[in-house]
Design a protein around this ligand. Structure first.
Ligand code: GGG
Length: 358
């Protein structure tokens, strides 16, 4: 990259530990920019949206918030959720509102095992493990279709419908994304997660599209695995995984399992991508707002810093992304760990170490 570039980033720390980990990631990105000899810079605008904002205004974000965000180069998000606001209000009012309206249809969630962090899997001691969960991020079980009715019939009579939506286009684009990603990896394999034995409409369509797309990638190994069997496989045969493509809900659950197997949810990075680049993409740690440790300086910033590395890659700054990942590895390998992974280090101490290792 020869020309100078200033990336405009909207920071949305939102709730709980989101504030601490977004500050951590910003410090790393700013340090890289400061050392880039003017090649690139980040121009930050921070938004106060989240549950605190909801308590004051009745809204999780400004009414015209999407219009405000759409011209940024990227969004850097913390975590959403706080006990004072129902979870479905906070999630739909902010994170899902952004993901769905900006058509961030690919949610990339690497499951990465770090040196110096003990995995609950004994196999991780002597087997290289590294896979990516590709989450369909725009439809499936999160389509937001359904409703509640019949409460007027009196107590105990209300009904609710929550409808999953599977479109051929939605399935195809996420599967092609997964296959293209697999082609860039050492192990060229895509595992499709299904539940077509029980869900005979949406998931059967999912399977059919997977077979059709797979035919265009004869160089990529494939398998189709029921979600229950896949959860067992994550624990028993994770060495057999490379790219795992799954529907919105299945991938959400499996990626949390993956990060727990790597040692902690605090380690997991993610990118909500609009691969067509019609809208800004959003980078955020997989973890939530962790009210139990919020404000104590104990949050693990590695998921957020890893998400910053994914943002750098999105901007084509691949060497810088690699530097960030290596700095994280040197930090964990030296035994500097937050309490969620068995250490006593604070968020700030991890950030200082990552900066020193850059
Ligand atoms: N940083 C991710 C985050 O805030 N997650 C909150 C949450 O509850 N997410 C559920 C989901 O997106 O499925």
């Amino acid at each position: 990259m020869s020309e100078q570039r200033t990336f405009s980033i909207a920071a949305i720390p939102a709730d709980g530990v989101g504030t601490e980990v977004v500050a951590a990631g910003r410090a790393v990105l700013d340090a890289l920019a400061a050392g880039s000899g003017g090649r690139f810079a980040f121009e930050w605008t921070e938004f106060p949206w989240g549950c605190g904002y909801y308590e004051k205004t009745g809204r999780m974000m400004d009414e015209d918030g999407l219009e405000t965000l759409q011209d940024f180069d990227a969004l850097y998000f913390g975590a959403v959720g706080w006990p004072s606001v129902p979870d479905h209000i906070s999630l739909w009012g902010l994170r899902l509102r952004i993901c769905q309206n900006f058509d961030q249809w690919a949610n990339v969630r690497p499951v990465h095992f770090h040196p110096g962090i003990t995995s609950p899997l004994r196999k991780a001691d002597d087997t290289p493990l590294d896979w990516v969960v590709v989450r369909e991020n725009s439809e499936g079980e999160y389509a937001g279709l359904g409703g509640r009715n019949l409460a007027g019939r009196g107590p105990g009579n209300e009904v609710a419908l929550q409808t999953a939506l599977f479109t051929e286009k939605g399935c195809e684009r996420i599967m092609r994304f997964a296959f293209d990603l697999a082609r860039q990896r050492d192990r060229k394999k895509v595992s499709s997660v299904t539940k077509s034995n029980a869900q005979q409409y949406g998931m059967v369509l999912w399977d059919e599209v997977f077979e059709r797309v797979a035919a265009d990638y004869p160089d990529v190994e494939t398998e189709s695995v029921l979600v229950d069997a896949m959860s067992a496989k994550f624990v028993l045969h994770p060495e057999d995984l490379s790219v795992v493509v799954a529907s919105n809900l299945n991938a959400d659950i499996l990626s949390d399992l993956g990060s727990a197997l790597a040692g902690s949810l605090g380690l997991a990075a993610s990118a909500n991508l609009n691969p067509d680049r019609r809208f800004p993409s959003m980078f955020e740690p997989v973890h939530g707002s962790a009210p139990d440790i919020a404000g104590q300086g104990l949050a693990n910033p590695i998921g957020a810093i890893g998400s910053a590395a994914l943002m750098l890659e999105h901007f084509g700054l691949n060497d810088e992304a690699t530097r960030v990942r290596k700095a994280i590895e040197s930090t964990t390998a030296a035994g500097l760990l937050t309490p969620d992974v068995g250490g006593t280090a604070t968020t700030d101490q991890i950030v200082e170490a990552v900066l020193a290792n850059l």
